[in-house]
Structure formats: structure tokens, C-alpha cells
Design a protein around this ligand. Structure first.
Ligand SMILES: Cc1ncc(COP(=O)(O)O)c(C=O)c1O
Length: 406
């Protein structure tokens, strides 16, 4: 029995939690409920190549192991070890973007980079231009800042490319940042040079910083996709990437942020460093893997790209063969964003949850990426092996026919 008095009511949580949403993981609660009923769930909700049997390159594992053995288990400088920052700068230079290592910050994944950039540049009430559909962390972080995402359409009728007129119509005096996710999650789009140039020109015209999410740059089916900054090295572009996708180590939570050399970004770099000081450093042993990844053998990427292209082909063919379903062929990464013509009154979430309960196939509804529920979009992760994919798409086709008849 407590001897002091106490107030018996639940502890209140902050309002920002109500605004925060990350559908890719939220939906797992539903999947667990289905599993509890004894049905096997096929998790096509999360873009983790390791979960589907792709192996982290041994020389990266060796580098982490050696770093631990050598005692690199303490705190590091908050912007990362110099050798890792130098490796990132050299890699960007080799890809046509000359930056010095002091423009590089080693992050706890692209995710932390997104958090740092938005927190450094965006105030409460400011606006950020975010693609629709988007990767949902952008809107989630903006919710915690109490800033406003303004969604610019990307158009499935034009290979999910940005609708530049729509983008232009959204800019206001409160707009701070243009988010460009290229190659794109969830659509698999790769933007052609004229579109990329138009995005840079637009940002320059309005004094916006571009956050270039380039975590899928090396997963282009036709080969690595050039960095956005190669088109305009002096534009205020902050590029983010990580070991998660092209280096097959998402659980290591290690990535990098590279700010372009323009002096216009000097304050932004100082602000991000200041914020990064507060979290001390990103994981220490994994920083040694950044060096191994960017200076060592990358032949695994050729095999990975080939595997992804094959899975994308199966995905596009099988989904487009389902009456009422349409899928734009992805050109990079491991996602497709099909759309089903829904009967009136139904939503994308209803379709995805019904699919899960009937077949155990777990996708994420498009409204979790900022699409309208009646558009009937959903995202599939196509990392499973081709045989498994064929079986998944057979079940998906049978379910969809049934769903549309109900
Ligand atoms: C577009 C995009 N940005 C960022 C991330 C987060 O990546 P990381 O594991 O590097 O934090 C993902 C992960 O799926 C992503 O798809």
C-alpha cells in the first residue's frame, strides 16, 4: 500500500503521438492477429532484403567484427569517424559530386538523416513538399515537428513521375524543403534527367533545400542511378543513403548524409551537426563497414539488381493479368504500387485487410503512403523468391476476383 496519495488516472501522452503514423509497421498488429488464428502470414510489408534470404556481403561483416575485436566499441565523434566520412566523400566524388568529408555526417540510417534534415530546417507551421505516394517516415517526422506536408502528385499514367504543374501550385511562403525520393519507394520509379532538372530549377527558383533520398540509387535495374546533385553540384541538395538496401545490412542502422558544397548550406550543416551531438554517435563498429562497403568489392550489387529485375518482371506481368488491377513496371528497388478499381464505397485498407485475413498475404494500403483510400492502391514488396512470388500472385488473383464479386 502506498503511504502517499496518488491520482488514479492513465498517464497522458503527447498530442504528437496521435498525429504520428507509420503504416508499414502499424499493420503488423493485424498480421499478428491473423497468425494467432493459425494462418501463415506472408510478410510483403517491409523492404528488408535480409528477411528474404539476401546475404550481407562477408567483407562488411568482417569489418564490423574486426572493429569490435579491435576495441572500437566506445563513443565516436558525433559526425562519424574520419575514415568513414572520407570513404563517403570519395564515393560521391567518383559518382560526379565533389564534396569534402566535412560535408558528410555518418547517420543511424537514412531514417535518422530524414529526422536531422527536417528538424534542422523546418519549424512548426512550415511546409514541406512531399511526393504522393510517399515513404511514410516523412509525414511521421513532420507530425512530430507540427509542420505541414504538402503532397505533390506523382502520376501512374506517366510512370509515377512528378506532376510538375501540381508541384508548382503548392509552394507558399512557408515552404522550406522539397523531398525527392528517386529511385522511389513505394512506386519503383526512376526520374529521367529532364524531370530531375525541372525539380532542381523549381527548388532554386523558390529558395528551397532539396532532400534527395537516394537510398535506392544502386538498385536501378539498368545499373546504378546517378546522384541528383550530378546535374547541379552547386544546388542546395542534401543527399541521404545507407547500408540498408544496396549493401544488404538494414539492421545495422548505419548510413550517411552528404550536404552539397554550396555555402548556402553552411548553416544547415552546422545545425545538423549540433543536433547530431545530442545523440552522441551512430553505431561505432558499423562505421567501419561503411569504409568496407564504399571502398571494397560491390559485385553483390550486380547479382542483386538482376534478382530484383526478374522479380519486378514477374510482379508486373502477374498483377496486370488480374482483371481490374493495374501495375506500373518498377525500374528500381523492390516495391510495386498496383491499383485496383474498387467498387464504390470500398477503401484500399478494406482490400488489404480482407486480403490478409483471407490469404495471409500482407501488403500495405496506399493511404498509408498518402494516397486517397478510394484509389485502391497498395504496396507490394517483391523480394520473395520467384517461386514464392508466383504462388503469392496466384492467391492474390483468386482473392481479387472474389473480392470484386462481393
Ligand atoms: C525511401 C526510403 N527512405 C528511407 C528509408 C529508411 O532507410 P534506412 O534503413 O537507411 O533508415 C527507407 C526504408 O525502407 C526508404 O524506403
Amino acid at each position: 500500500m502506498p503511504t502517499h496519495s496518488r491520482i488514479e488516472r492513465p498517464i497522458a501522452v503527447a498530442a504528437r503521438v496521435g498525429r504520428f503514423s507509420y503504416a508499414i509497421r502499424n499493420i503488423v498488429t493485424e498480421a499478428r492477429a491473423v497468425e494467432a488464428q493459425g494462418r501463415r502470414v506472408r510478410y510483403l510489408n517491409i523492404g528488408d532484403p535480409v528477411a528474404f534470404g539476401f546475404r550481407t556481403p562477408p567483407h562488411l561483416i568482417e569489418a564490423v567484427y574486426r572493429a569490435m575485436q579491435d576495441g572500437h566499441n566506445g563513443y565516436l565523434p558525433s559526425d562519424g569517424i574520419p575514415a568513414a566520412r572520407e570513404a563517403v566523400a570519395a564515393d560521391y566524388a567518383a559518382r560526379g559530386v565533389a564534396v569534402s568529408p566535412d560535408r558528410v555526417l555518418i547517420t543511424t540510417g537514412t531514417s535518422e538523416g530524414i529526422d536531422l534534415v527536417l528538424n534542422a530546417l523546418v519549424d512548426e507551421g512550415d511546409e514541406v513538399l512531399v511526393p504522393s505516394p510517399t515513404y511514410p517516415l516523412y509525414t511521421a517526422v513532420l507530425a512530430t515537428i507540427n509542420a505541414r506536408p504538402r503532397f505533390y502528385r506523382t502520376d501512374p499514367d506517366r510512370g509515377w513521375l512528378p506532376d510538375l504543374d501540381h508541384l508548382r501550385s503548392l509552394v507558399t511562403s512557408r515552404t522550406r524543403v522539397l523531398v525527392v525520393i528517386d529511385p522511389n519507394n513505394p512506386t519503383g520509379a526512376v526520374y529521367p534527367t529532364p524531370v530531375r532538372r525541372a525539380l532542381i530549377d523549381f527548388a532554386e527558383e523558390h529558395g528551397l533545400t532539396i532532400l534527395a533520398d537516394e537510398v535506392y540509387a544502386e538498385t536501378g535495374f539498368d545499373g546504378p542511378v546517378p546522384l541528383l546533385a550530378t546535374l547541379e553540384p552547386d544546388a542546395p541538395i542534401i543527399s541521404l543513403s545507407s547500408l540498408s538496401k544496396a549493401y544488404l545490412a538494414p539492421g545495422w542502422r548505419t548510413g550517411w548524409m552528404v550536404a552539397g558544397p554550396t555555402p548556402r548550406l553552411d548553416n544547415a550543416v552546422a545545425a545538423m551537426r549540433k543536433l547530431a551531438d545530442g545523440r552522441l554517435c551512430s553505431p561505432a563498429p558499423m562505421q567501419y563497414a561503411v569504409i568496407a562497403a564504399l571502398t571494397g568489392d560491390r559485385s553483390h550489387q550486380t547479382a542483386f539488381r538482376r534478382a530484383l529485375a526478374e522479380r519486378a518482371r514477374i510482379t508486373t506481368e502477374r498483377l496486370n493479368a488480374i482483371p481490374g488491377m493495374r501495375c506500373v513496371a518498377p525500374r528500381a528497388a523492390f516495391y510495386a504500387m498496383p491499383a485496383l478499381s474498387l467498387p464504390p464505397g470500398r477503401t484500399d485498407e478494406d482490400f488489404v485487410l480482407s486480403l490478409l485475413r483471407a490469404t495471409g498475404i500482407l501488403c500495405v494500403y496506399g493511404s498509408g503512403f498518402g494516397m486517397r483510400p478510394e484509389q485502391g492502391t497498395f504496396r507490394i514488396v517483391f523480394l520473395a523468391d520467384p517461386g514464392e512470388l508466383e504462388s503469392i500472385y496466384r492467391d492474390l488473383a483468386a482473392f481479387t476476383l472474389d473480392y470484386l464479386r462481393r
